[in-house]
Design a protein around this ligand. Structure first.
Ligand SMILES: Nc1ncnc2c1ncn2[C@@H]1O[C@H](COP(=O)(O)OP(=O)(O)O)[C@@H](O)[C@H]1O
Ligand SMILES: [Mg+2]
Length: 433
């Protein structure tokens, strides 16, 4: 049997290629209308591993005029005759960005050749070429820098750097981009600035009003991050209220049928090289619990297992071996090491963590409560099982340097949430030693 590369069908990376993106039809519909509104802010939020960044990359494609995904999703009738098209900037924030000004300064200095803002600032000697982000023939072009020029990156004839005034410098950059690249060179409607991992910015005070003041018919922002609503991303969201009528995009866990779709899509991508027995996609989807990340990981591991056992059919036996390896911590090293770091060699803590992971949320009317776990309940069971010193077991589970696996829910005493819902699902499936 020839070895099959699992990456052909499965990936743990953000999905950039529209032909690998599965489901999410109603979100795509909302993206179409948000992109085609003249002004407005796009906000994407949801839990970790649920598929936010992948959706953002698809928004970027559609902003360039690449609507193959929407057509495949049966939404061709919603694509306007005269689409609004953009040039795009994509930036992932990190926790060293303190506040809004810091963010603008980062944007003005980011030298990413395909996604950065600085790449689009026209400048003597800089060489900028068109390129296509997808494999689709219809793909809309974006711009990338292939040569920053002899004068270095900061000297610019067209956009003035104002020392000590980040906001003005940013405005100058954006104005120059709109005049020379968006309108002049590429004849587009606007510039779309996509900001991923927005939730990690420490001090979000005033960011809403900053974004509002920078938003025009030619400049649109999309912000994305972990959260349950827009307020988690933008604290002063009242200031952007009128901008958000169209672009609010909550990314929920995937329905089972869509998770199965990931396996079907992978089967297509593998062509004849690999087959999946009937029922396998359903089982994997069930294990993934709506988290496409976990579905992709399990799929990938099934391919590895099939390679090892010299078969080209992923059947129940192959999947059972993957699950057996999962239970003993051998299948998914990244999740396993997060798990080990949290329990730290303590059987008591391990048991407690499993009790948390397995807690079922009572059917409640508040969707907010879904996924939350309660110490009191875990404590009761743990005590019945003779686990001692529970209060000494807890701190490691919430301390940053050990993950953390759990996060306190500030407004509710004794209530916690798994930081990474995929890790929670992993713990549910894993055996206690
Ligand atoms: N629509 C989708 N179709 C197929 N796989 C997806 C989809 N969305 C996400 N994934 C997979 O899920 C994983 C996590 O996606 P990502 O977009 O990085 O999530 P988030 O940004 O919410 O953490 C990636 O491995 C990606 O391959
Ligand atoms: Mg992401």
């Amino acid at each position: 049997m020839p070895i099959v590369d699992p990456e052909i069908g499965f990936t743990a990376d953000v999905i950039r290629d529209p032909s690998r993106f599965v489901g999410r039809t109603s979100l795509i519909r909302d993206c179409i209308s948000a992109l085609n509104a003249a002004t407005g802010l796009i906000s994407v939020y949801g839990k970790r591993g649920v598929g936010k960044s992948s959706l953002l990359r698809q928004i970027q494609q559609m902003a360039l005029g690449e609507y193959a995904l929407a057509r495949r999703a049966g939404l061709a009738h919603l694509i306007p005759q005269r689409q609004r098209t953009y040039l795009t900037v994509y930036y992932s924030c990190d926790s060293l960005i303190r506040d809004g000004k810091d963010l603008l300064s980062r944007l003005c200095n980011d030298q990413n050749a395909e996604d950065g803002l600085l790449r689009l600032v026209p400048n003597d000697g800089k060489e900028i070429v068109e390129f296509i982000r997808s494999k689709e023939v219809s793909g809309g072009a974006d711009l990338k820098v292939i040569n920053w020029g002899a004068k270095g990156v900061e000297s610019s004839k067209y956009a003035k750097v104002v020392p000590g005034d980040t906001v003005q410098t940013f405005r100058n950059f954006v104005d120059a981009i709109v005049v020379h690249q968006v309108k002049g060179r590429m004849k587009r409607d606007g510039l779309l600035i996509i900001l991923d991992e927005f939730d990690v910015i420490e001090d979000k005070a005033g960011i809403g009003s900053l974004i509002k003041s920078l938003t025009t018919p030619e400049v649109k922002f999309a912000v994305c991050g972990v959260g349950r609503d827009l307020a988690d991303l933008i604290q002063d969201h009242a200031s952007v209220e009128r901008l958000i009528e169209q672009g609010v995009l909550p990314v929920a866990p995937m329905p089972l049928a869509e998770s199965e779709g990931i396996i079907h899509r992978a089967a297509e991508l593998f062509g004849g090289a690999l087959k999946f027995s009937p029922g396998i996609s359903g089982r994997i989807a069930e294990l993934g619990q709506g988290y496409p990340y976990f579905v992709q990981l399990i799929g990938k591991q099934c391919v590895n297992e099939a390679n090892t056992s010299g078969t080209s059919i992923i059947d129940d036996a192959v999947l059972d071996r993957v699950i057996a390896d999962l239970k003993t911590g051998r299948a998914f090293p990244t999740l396993e090491s997060a798990y080990q770091r949290a329990i730290g060699d303590s059987p008591g803590r391990q048991l407690l963590l499993h009790l948390f992971a397995e807690q079922v949320t009572e059917q409640s009317m508040f969707t907010d409560e879904i996924g939350r776990v309660v110490l009191k309940k875990a404590r009761q069971v743990a005590e019945e099982l003779d686990v001692q010193f529970i209060d000494q077991l807890m701190p490691r589970l919430v301390e940053k340097r050990y993950g953390p696996v759990l996060e306190r829910v500030p407004e509710r005493q004794g209530t916690y949430e798994f930081v990474n819902p995929v890790l929670r699902q992993y713990i549910r499936l894993r055996s206690l030693d």
